[in-house]
Design a protein around this ligand. Structure first.
Ligand code: UFG
Length: 326
């Protein structure tokens, strides 16, 4: 049976496609290439350029390829951008997920794996945060994803469809075999920005906020290697195929690093110093968020690349490769 990967030309979707084909699964990719990269999809994997909101297209793919599971990545993912343009986030992340879900139900797809986010928690009252914590997103991005989570819960109660929602923490790194990495131009994510600065593609970088209630005043995040995260989707699919019930699960390592610690680690791994500027807080940023992923581990997920310098090293190798071709 075939798995439909929406957003499979993106950073996380692309690594999940690799994890799937590495274990002999048959994925097909639907991506509108708004931020994805056609070259991220390995040759041999059927690729369709199009919109997840195009019901006829999605239904045709479901029928023609006998899709039994959808792994849904296609989304907008930048927190400050969602604050500046919330309606675009609700359209892309919520409205179109509704359309996709409706097509899944009409097409009789039984399994759905959904990319959600730690941003649904906002500033959790205790950390590491587990899935039982009340969601309280601070940004339209987090709310746009949380609404989709609710739709899935209700849809699975009403229809013959089971889901796993994965709440990703901060995704970083690149494929250890160097097949793929983060290629989106104009990236805003911390490790990518720091590496671009280390490689002199930026003359300096900002640290947003130094007055948070954290040990060094900068925000704390749980950075998870993209290849480990990709494998969490395999665990989710196995769980659903084994008849497991619908679940909402965190995916992180349970260890937090501050922005300053990450920047220092990038300096060490890259072996260069670079200019940091202190900037005001960025809208929508929680102070500290670290995962409790015990439930995901019970499904068989085992982190293999749980080491910040390794993550940075893999991302650096990818960044150098990008520099070499641009
Ligand atoms: N940061 C800087 N300078 C930069 C970029 C980021 O100081 O140039 C800071 C941010 O202010 C934040 C931290 O680094 O405190 C991490 O920021 P990222 O932009 O790398 O990631 P976010 O935490 O904002 O969001 C990411 C994903 C979301 C996901 C979230 C989960 O983009 O999709 O992690 O915690 F929901």
């Amino acid at each position: 049976m075939t798995i439909l990967i929406t957003g499979g030309a993106g950073f996380i979707g692309g690594h999940t496609v690799l994890a799937l084909i590495d274990r002999g699964e048959i994925p097909i990719v639907l991506d509108d290439l708004s931020t994805g990269n056609r070259a991220a999809v390995p040759s041999g994997v059927p690729f369709f350029a199009g919109d997840i909101g195009d019901t006829e297209l999605v239904l045709r793919l479901i029928q023609n390829h006998r899709i039994d599971a959808i792994v849904h990545f296609a989304a907008k993912i930048v927190v400050p951008e969602s604050v500046a343009d919330p309606l675009n986030y609700y359209l892309n992340n919520t409205v179109k997920t509704h359309t996709l879900l409706q097509a899944a139900v009409r097409g009789n797809v039984k399994h759905f794996v959904f990319s959600s986010t730690a941003a649904v928690y906002g500033n959790p009252s205790s950390t590491p945060v587990s899935e039982t914590a009340d969601p309280a997103p601070l940004s339209p991005y987090g709310r746009s994803k949380l609404m989709s989570e609710y739709m899935l819960v209700d849809a699975s109660a009403a229809y013959d469809l089971r889901y796993v929602t994965l709440r990703y923490f901060n995704v970083a790194g690149a494929d250890p075999a160097r097949r793929l990495g983060q290629s989106t131009p104009g990236a805003t994510h911390l490790i990518k920005v720091a590496l671009e600065t280390a490689l002199r593609r930026r003359s300096y970088m900002n640290i947003y906020g130094s007055d948070y209630p954290t040990p060094d005043g900068t925000c704390v995040r749980d950075y998870v290697h993209v290849s480990d995260l990709a494998r969490s989707h395999l665990a989710a699919l196995d769980h659903l195929r084994d008849g497991g019930e619908s679940r909402t699960l965190n995916c992180g390592y349970g260890r937090g690093y501050s922005v300053r610690q990450v920047v220092d680690a990038v300096r060490r791994v890259a072996g260069v110093d670079f200019e940091i500027r202190q900037a005001p807080r960025r809208a929508g940023d929680p102070a500290s968020i670290v995962a409790n992923s015990d439930e995901l581990m019970k499904l068989g997920w085992e982190p293999e690349l749980n080491d910040l310098p390794t993550m940075i090293e893999h991302a650096l190798e990818w960044e150098k490769k990008l520099t070499a071709v641009t």
